[in-house]
Design a protein around this ligand. Structure first.
Ligand SMILES: Cc1cc2nc3c(=O)[nH]c(=O)nc-3n(C[C@H](O)[C@H](O)[C@H](O)COP(=O)(O)OP(=O)(O)OC[C@H]3O[C@@H](n4cnc5c(N)ncnc54)[C@H](O)[C@@H]3O)c2cc1C
Length: 424
């Protein structure tokens, strides 16, 4: 028996080798890994599984889009610092360099008993292991008066692409003295500092174009938010009087919004005829996770923190924004880090390659101005079934301008590096 075959059989759970290992070793169908979702979670997992298994596994990426527009750095697009092209990435290299088959469809259903994914056109794909990274779905009924049909009138821009363009165009037409209302979501949601970086970039654009009398009201569902002290200090310094944040104890909840009149009514005040209302609703795991019975009562999926394997189905790995991620935030950095743990374990199961204890990392940079970035992050490992922080760091108040500029440069470098790691 070859060393490879012995390792393969040793690595497979009892009984599985007969089903999975034998056809591969007899030169028939290779084990097949299907990945649903081409964001930082799914695309990274597909790349690392295909690249490191050297053709032993077939890897299929199910993603309807031909390219991916990153939410990360979409705030830089809002701030006029990057073009949409600069945050758009093709999947082409994943196919040409690693042999990944990109199937441009939505996964409609997962038949977990048969280990088959049904696509929207009705075709079916078998899998030996499935990696699921569908991101979040927006809860359209979580803000009274707002829904899917109001996305153009009151954009969320929480999925990047046309929504971000609509919001940016509206921002560009806010007059001096105009009003922007942002409704910020409850926890847990994708990118905890995202709304506040967005407000900073909006203020930057308004101030730099002679509209410093415009106001941005943030109506938050939370009593506090990520890097709050740092943002608020920055807003006072760079955008005095432009950004006001209200927690629920003050605004007493969003009672309703009216997209026809751009009105937002809270228990505290009615904001009429706003120039831009940015509704960022509550979020849950992407619909395919829920419809396949993989999400729990929280709306997100529980995974084994050592492997990223679903706690409900051992043949499925789930990662990124769709999971309950313990101490890790929902970020592209986190999804990319989790994808590498999943890839390692998928390969270990299917090819007998070694696996190692899970280690995760995350850093989230946020721009207050183009030259002033703050950051928060940490390293994590699996403890007591949960992704647990081992070490964390956060920027300090009153840091020097030099330090903040360095962090802004780090942020630009990180983006280029992570996008190359995901898509090239
Ligand atoms: C404004 C903003 C700023 C952000 N800034 C940062 C930042 O600075 N740093 C950072 O690390 N993170 C940032 N994030 C967060 C980051 O974008 C997300 O955490 C990350 O995209 C999550 O990756 P994912 O792979 O889990 O999901 P996604 O990126 O959402 O990818 C999911 C993919 O799955 C596909 N899909 C869904 N359902 C199906 C289906 N049924 N069949 C086939 N395909 C499907 C979708 O088309 C999508 O392409 C930001 C987010 C926002 C909104």
């Amino acid at each position: 028996m070859s060393l490879h075959r012995r390792r393969l059989l040793q690595a497979l759970p009892a009984g599985l080798g007969l089903i999975m290992g034998a056809p591969a070793l007899m030169g028939q169908a290779r084990p097949q890994v299907v990945v649903i979702g081409g964001g930082p979670g799914g695309a990274t997992a597909a790349k690392y599984i295909a690249r490191d298994s050297h053709g032993v596994l077939d890897v299929l990426l199910i993603e309807p889009a031909s390219s991916y527009v990153t939410c990360f750095h979409s705030n830089l697009y809002v701030g006029g610092l990057k073009s949409l092209d600069a945050i758009t990435h093709s999947y082409e290299r994943l196919s040409s360099s690693y042999g990944i088959r990109h199937i441009r469809q939505r996964a409609a259903h997962i038949d977990r008993d048969a280990k088959v994914v049904r696509l929207e056109d009705g075709s079916r794909l078998r899998y030996d292991r499935l990696v699921l990274s569908p991101g979040v779905d927006l809860l359209y009924d979580s803000v009274p008066g707002w829904g899917r049909s109001h996305e153009a009138a009151m954009p969320h821009a929480w999925k990047a692409g046309p929504q971000t363009q609509i919001m940016k165009a509206r921002l560009d037409s806010v007059p001096d003295g105009g009003l922007i209302v942002m409704i910020a979501p409850p926890n847990p949601y994708r990118c905890p500092p995202g709304p506040y970086e967005r407000a900073s970039m909006m203020a930057h654009v308004l101030k730099n174009t002679g509209r410093a009398r415009a106001r941005i009201m943030i109506i938050d569902a939370k009593e506090s938010f990520s890097k709050q002290g740092l943002f608020q200090q920055g807003w006072e310094e760079y955008y005095p009087g432009m950004i006001e944040w209200l927690g629920p104890k003050i605004h007493e909840g969003v009672k309703s919004v009216d997209p026809a009149t751009n009105t937002v009514e809270t228990g505290f005040e009615i904001y009429k005829d706003a120039d831009l209302v940015n509704v960022i609703p509550a979020q849950v795991a992407g619909a395919i996770a829920t419809s396949s019975g993989l999400a729990g009562p929280s709306g997100f999926c529980e995974v084994d923190s050592e492997t990223m394997r679903s706690r409900i189905d051992p043949n499925i790995y789930i990662l990124g924004d769709a999971i309950m991620s313990g101490d890790m935030p929902k970020s592209a950095f986190a999804a990319n880090s989790q994808a590498k743990v999943a890839a390692l374990n998928v390969r270990a199961e299917l090819t007998g390659s070694p696996s190692f204890p899970a280690r995760y990392a995350n850093t989230c940079w946020s721009l207050i101005t183009p030259d002033n970035a703050v950051k928060v992050g940490g390293s994590y490992s699996a403890k007591d079934g949960k992704i647990t922080s081992d070490h964390s760091f956060v920027s300090q108040l009153d840091e020097s301008a030099v330090m903040r500029k360095l962090q802004a440069e780090e942020n630009i470098g990180w983006y280029d590096a992570i996008c190359a790691d995901i898509f090239e």
